[in-house]
Design a protein around this ligand. Structure first.
Ligand SMILES: [Fe+2]
Ligand SMILES: [Fe+2]
Length: 175
């Protein structure tokens, strides 16, 4: 499956609308990064789920819609930010060359949840601790080292973490 340019454009506009609606400090630089990194056009992975053009943005939007349907009692802006940006680090890992061939850059930080958090902090996006943990541990914490267990346990008590984790799993297994 490959998205049409029209659908890619529709997804891009919807993601921007949702992100701007959060009015969060730093969201403008995140949006600039989404454009410059290729977030709207790259796949979510080389061979796993949503591994087609536009897949990362489509997955992020799907997770957002699923999570919003789960978490009606939570702050909408927290769900939108965590869901749309949980995999943001993947945008610069995968890229197309001039001939349209897809490439993968190696990274040196273990775990893409923490890479997404670090990137968002570098972009000066303001995140609460609850939001930071929901993104960091969205995969469920398989790689947690001894000194990270307390942070992981705290994440698992959070409703925000629970719905982002669940929505991500659901969407990853559908496609
Ligand atoms: Fe992920
Ligand atoms: Fe994901």
């Amino acid at each position: 499956m490959e998205l049409s340019n029209k659908q890619i454009d529709i997804n891009r506009r919807e993601i921007l609308r949702l992100l701007i609606s959060t009015q969060r400090d730093g969201i403008e630089s995140v949006i600039d990064y989404l454009y410059s990194s290729g977030f709207f056009i790259v796949p979510s992975s080389l061979k796993r789920h949503h591994c087609w053009k536009g897949g990362l943005a489509q997955h992020s939007l799907n997770v957002c819609n699923i999570a919003l349907s789960f978490g009606k009692e939570l702050h909408r802006s927290s769900i939108v930010l965590c869901a749309l940006l949980h995999d943001i680090c993947k945008a610069s890992q995968l890229y197309y060359d001039d001939k349209g061939n897809l490439h993968h850059r190696n990274t040196y930080i273990q775990g893409h949840g923490i890479r997404s958090v670090k990137l968002l902090e570098m972009l000066n996006l303001t995140l609460s601790n609850d939001e930071r943990r929901a993104i960091r541990w969205h995969m469920g914490g398989y790689y947690a080292s001894e000194d990270e267990i307390a942070d992981l346990e705290m994440a698992k008590k959070s409703k925000l973490w629970e719905i982002i984790h669940k929505a991500d799993l659901l969407d990853a297994e559908i496609k």
